[in-house]
Design a protein around this ligand. Structure first.
Ligand SMILES: [Zn+2]
Length: 273
């Protein structure tokens, strides 16, 4: 599932068309991505243009005139891209915003993605801070440890009300960076080192994924991903996907198991229990 850096990369695809007017809206209204917002409501976007956009965790907000915010979630397999005015609609293109000289496409073959429309001011302001935000302070992390200290570290990291945007691979990377087993209770950690590791991985992911992939690729690093450029060989990332992958630090073969209901990879030698 796309995590915060891939979501940011997706946002940047559509953001290049900021300022251009939506001429018409085409939707597959019966698909599951419209479970929170009936497709006809999107007709409101006609005649308006994207004024600004932002990603927040795994969500994207595209702000149109009159304080209208289109919120998109990529789910498992959602992709955003820009195509030409002669774009031939594919089966999985469930939302197309036609502009004068191009079109903005949201395609999603498994339909776990979502579309929402808000007409309230700054709907992202009520969301918890992202790890890369200034508000993700040591005090914030300390309060979360005090409240959720019994959670295994991996579950703590995956909790979208604590670390919005962190998903499975980033959580494994953070545990590896901390040299701690993903199942240890979070109460054992100190807020300063936990915050530091979360931010190292978050900011690094944005740099290596959102900044280095200007265009989405057809062959991403995992099913549903459309990212070709990935974090460097000094990260766990490069080894965690395939059986037989080894720890980049000590070269021992990685362990695999289910922790916090997700497939998890870790190094039994480097990561203390
Ligand atoms: Zn190791």
């Amino acid at each position: 599932m796309p995590e915060l850096a891939e979501v940011e990369l997706a946002r940047r695809q559509w953001a290049v068309c900021e300022g251009e007017e939506v001429v018409s809206v085409q939707s597959h209204g019966k698909t599951r991505i419209y479970r929170d917002c009936p497709a006809p409501a999107l007709r409101e976007l006609r005649g308006k243009s994207i004024q600004s956009s932002r990603a927040h965790g795994k969500r994207m907000f595209f702000t149109f005139e009159d304080e209208l915010h289109l919120e998109l979630h990529l789910g498992m397999t959602g992709k955003l891209y820009v195509s030409s005015a002669s774009h031939e609609e594919h089966r999985h293109d469930h939302l197309i915003l036609w502009l004068k000289e191009s079109c903005l496409v949201f395609s999603d073959y498994r339909q776990f993605g979502r579309v929402m429309l808000h007409d309230v001011c700054a709907p992202w302001e009520s969301l918890p801070p992202q790890p890369q935000d200034d508000a993700f302070t040591q005090k914030y992390v300390q309060q979360k440890i005090e409240r959720h200290g019994r959670k295994p570290l991996k579950a703590f990291l995956l909790d979208q009300t604590i670390c919005p945007g962190v998903g499975n691979w980033m959580a494994d990377e953070i545990c590896w960076k901390l040299a701690l087993h993903p199942a240890i209770p979070t109460a054992k950690l100190n807020a300063s080192s936990l915050r530091k590791a979360i931010r190292f991985v978050t900011l690094g992911a944005l740099k290596h994924i959102a900044d280095k992939n200007s265009k989405p690729s057809l062959d991403g690093f995992a099913p549903g991903s459309y990212v070709a450029q990935v974090p460097p060989k000094s990260w766990l990332f490069q080894y965690r996907w395939k059986a037989g992958g080894h720890c980049p630090k000590c070269k021992v073969e990685l362990e695999r198991g289910t922790i916090a209901t997700r497939t998890t990879a870790w190094c039994a030698k480097c990561q203390r229990e």
